[in-house]
Design a protein around this ligand. Structure first.
Ligand code: ATR
Length: 269
């Protein structure tokens, strides 16, 4: 029987992870199956234990279970610890290992696939929830000159900035960005789910600046459209990040790193 993996979330029907991992498996010749599990909102741990009992080898974890996966893991990697959330579970004889590949996924998509020059850049990170926390530390490792976390509820941005404990990082409310300009604006808010964009000044993207929406969709997301309308040289969505975080999870499970380019191309078609 093939080794079993899955993505667990709620809702989960629209996840593209099964498509991605199936492409990785056929590209690398790995004998595995990858399915979707609709997680129950009140008993995530039982869903995971059932999958393990059925022979599951690993899980990707998505909204809203990443914090619960963090708690459930017996052992966590340093990057999961810093993210405060787990998106990849590896089931081993010794127990459940939790990791987080979201941050590396974002950094690889921007830096390797699209060649964004992080060093010395000024980055604006919108939102102070789990999505932003998940990418904060990996972004800082790329050497930006400054990283501002701006959130609708200012105190959460201050708290996340305090957690970073890095002189390059500041937290603020969305309403105090006037007069500041950024080379890269990353949207880590949930505003797009309701068809909106965070209320930021029209001119906060510097000349030559890029925008990145951690969300993705079959059509351009609202934040991709914001970027295009505000002069972004590149206005990217999170599809590349999704594929890159998946590749890193695949590597953790199978010890083989798939080639992401052809998979991104296939998904875009
Ligand atoms: P996630 O784990 O996906 O980050 P979350 O922890 O609920 O989810 O965080 C959602 C983020 O989107 C928060 O930063 C939230 O801002 P608040 O802290 O002020 O709630 C942000 N957000 C949601 N809707 C928004 C909107 N319409 N405009 C701006 N920010 C929004």
């Amino acid at each position: 029987m093939s080794d079993r993996y899955a993505v667990i979330g709620n809702p989960i029907e629209h996840s593209r992870s099964p498509e991605i991992h199936t492409l990785f498996a056929s590209q690398t010749g790995q004998d595995m199956e990858y399915e979707r599990i609709p997680g129950s909102l009140d008993d995530f741990a039982s869903d995971v234990r059932r999958f393990i009992a059925e022979g599951g080898r690993g899980l990707n974890v998505t909204v809203p279970f990443k914090e619960q996966a963090f708690t459930l893991a017996d052992e966590r990697t340093e990057r999961a610890q810093r993210a405060g959330a787990v998106n990849t579970l590896v089931f081993e004889d010794q127990g459940i290992r939790g990791d987080n590949t979201d941050g590396v996924g974002l950094v690889r998509d921007l830096g390797c696939n699209h060649r964004f020059a992080f060093a010395g850049s000024r980055i604006l990170l919108l939102g102070a929830g789990g999505a932003s926390r998940g990418v904060l530390f990996p972004l800082l490792e790329e050497g930006p000159a400054a990283l501002v976390i701006a959130n609708r509820t200012a105190h959460k941005a201050h708290a996340l900035a305090a957690l970073a404990d890095d002189p390059r990082v500041n937290g603020c409310g969305l309403d105090t960005l006037a007069g500041q300009h950024f080379d890269l604006i990353i949207n880590g808010t949930a505003a797009g789910l309701a068809g909106g964009v965070p209320a930021i000044p029209d001119d906060c993207l510097a000349g030559g600046g890029w925008t990145y929406d951690m969300m993705y969709g079959r059509k351009p997301t609202t934040f991709v459209r914001w970027g295009r309308a505000h002069g972004a040289v590149r206005a990217l969505d999170g599809l590349g990040m999704l594929v890159e975080q998946a590749a890193e999870s695949f590597f953790l499970w199978r010890g083989v790193m798939p080639d992401t380019d052809p998979v991104i191309d296939t998904l875009l078609r």
